[in-house]
Write a protein that binds this ligand. Structure first.
Ligand SMILES: Nc1ncnc2c1ncn2[C@@H]1O[C@H](COP(=O)(O)OP(=O)(O)OP(=O)(O)O)[C@@H](O)[C@H]1O
Ligand SMILES: [Mg+2]
Length: 407
């Protein structure tokens, strides 16, 4: 056993994961309670039974909009009815007990209706009929305002069937994937990317509508540039960390990957200091104001792409076969998981939705064996229970049918 593997095993004996999960009116679950082991958890069931919904619920315990990037109101359970009118429930919730070594935490998140008249902002408007919805988060009984706070207690990495096309389409899903990997090491990254996106949208709209004044633009651009350089630097650090790990600890089954960042600001940081890059970014944004007015897109950290190569073949991922692309994705996830364990002392929760699709038998079994050895909690869905005999003695098996666990 390599020194790294021995260290990984030692650290992962500090168990981390979800020990109890409760869903209420969440998609096709009216009420679901699961007592979970810190082990592989294999969820099987027919198409449409509710396997992915369980993984999605767990993903809501981390910052962001979950593994489907869903609209929060779409998650409210739609009651089965003959009636054509909208029978969606009023809200939904996910509650979990989390174990982290010797610590236990309670996390809850819910979509709640808020009456605008009840909030000070809308007080005295006299319009008490208007209601809006918002997601609330509680950690150990305390309401928290920043989603990024969740990152202090729980971290999850997911692979979904949509990600089978991660290397093929436009850069946005790759960029979000990359940013999620960064959050795991640096929860400030979640706050910075959310702030940058918010400012960028405001800046873009104000310019487009011709409403922005010079001083407002200067101040927003300065803020965007400072956030942007910090975001670019954190992305560079993550890529370097994974590349170095893969160089020193190549996997014996999954192909080595080489990761590259392709972004204006990230590239500039190759040769320039953060301060020089920030000054350049401020000027660059000011120069691009006219692009917005002409409805053209603006270059910067919002356009960064992330390139993946099959190292031995020096082949860009998008030119690799479907199974090879899946294997490259698994390589990245395994490297990230191990880096997180080594760096943070705790394993992330893996949410693996139909992860074995496109993998040949050797790779499928190798992946399950690696998950088993890592001693972590991995929620794995499949329509085929027989693929998991290798985990027979280690995994918890759950079978779902139409929004209920049947055993
Ligand atoms: N808001 C909602 N209310 C009620 N049911 C919903 C809601 N959103 C989705 N569903 C239903 O939940 C069911 C289970 O979905 P899920 O994606 O979890 O299935 P699955 O078991 O992963 O299936 P597959 O094997 O096809 O991936 C689906 O039939 C879906 O239509
Ligand atoms: Mg599914």
């Amino acid at each position: 056993m390599s020194a790294i593997n021995a260290k990984l095993q030692e650290i992962t004996t500090e168990k981390s994961g979800v020990t109890r999960l409760t869903l209420t009116d969440f998609r096709n679950y009216e009420k679901l309670r699961i007592n979970a082991k810190i082990a592989p958890i294999v969820i099987t069931g027919a198409n449409g039974s509710g396997k992915t919904n369980i993984l999605e619920a767990i993903s809501f315990l981390t910052p962001g909009r979950g593994l489907r990037s869903a609209k929060l109101s779409d998650i409210k359970r739609i009651r089965e009815t003959e009636n054509a009118i909208d029978m969606a429930c009023e809200g939904w919730s996910v509650a979990a007990d989390i174990l982290r070594g010797n610590e236990e935490h309670k996390i809850g998140t819910a979509l709640q209706k808020v009456n605008k008249a009840e909030t000070s902002e809308y007080f005295n408007t006299g319009d008490d009929m208007r209601v809006y919805e918002r997601r609330i988060i509680q950690i150990n009984g305390q309401k928290v305002n920043q989603q990024a706070e969740l990152g202090k207690y729980i971290s999850a990495i997911w692979v979904t069937p949509q990600m089978d096309r991660l290397f093929l389409g436009g850069p946005q899903p790759r960029r979000s994937f990359l940013d999620r990997l960064v959050y795991a090491f640096d929860i400030e990254h979640a706050k910075r990317t959310a702030n940058f996106e918010h400012l960028y949208r405001q800046w873009f709209q104000m310019l487009k509508n011709g409403l922005a004044d010079k001083y407002w633009l200067q101040s927003v651009e300065a803020e965007m540039a400072a956030l942007g350089v910090a975001i670019a630097a954190a992305r560079r650090e993550l890529i370097a960390r994974l590349n170095t790990f893969i160089l020193h600890e190549p996997d014996d089954v999954f192909p080595d990957v080489r990761l590259e960042l392709d972004g204006l600001i990230e590239k500039m940081l190759d040769s320039e200091s953060a301060l020089t890059t920030e000054d350049f970014y401020v000027e660059h944004l000011a120069k691009q104001r006219s692009f917005v007015r002409q409805n053209e897109s603006v270059d910067g950290i919002n356009r960064t792409d992330f390139k993946v190569f099959y190292k031995k073949k020096n082949m860009p991922a998008e030119l690799c076969s479907t199974g090879e692309q899946k294997a490259l994705l698994v390589s990245i996830i395994l490297a990230q998981t191990k880096c997180q364990i080594l760096d943070k002392g705790f394993a992330p929760i893996l949410l693996l939705d139909e992860v074995t699709t496109h993998l040949d038998d050797i790779k499928r079994d190798a992946l399950l064996e690696k998950i088993r050895q890592l001693n972590l909690q991995a929620w794995i869905t499949s329509t085929e229970a027989q693929n998991f005999s290798l985990l027979q003695n280690d995994a918890q098996f759950l079978q779902v049918d139409n929004g209920k666990i049947i055993f």
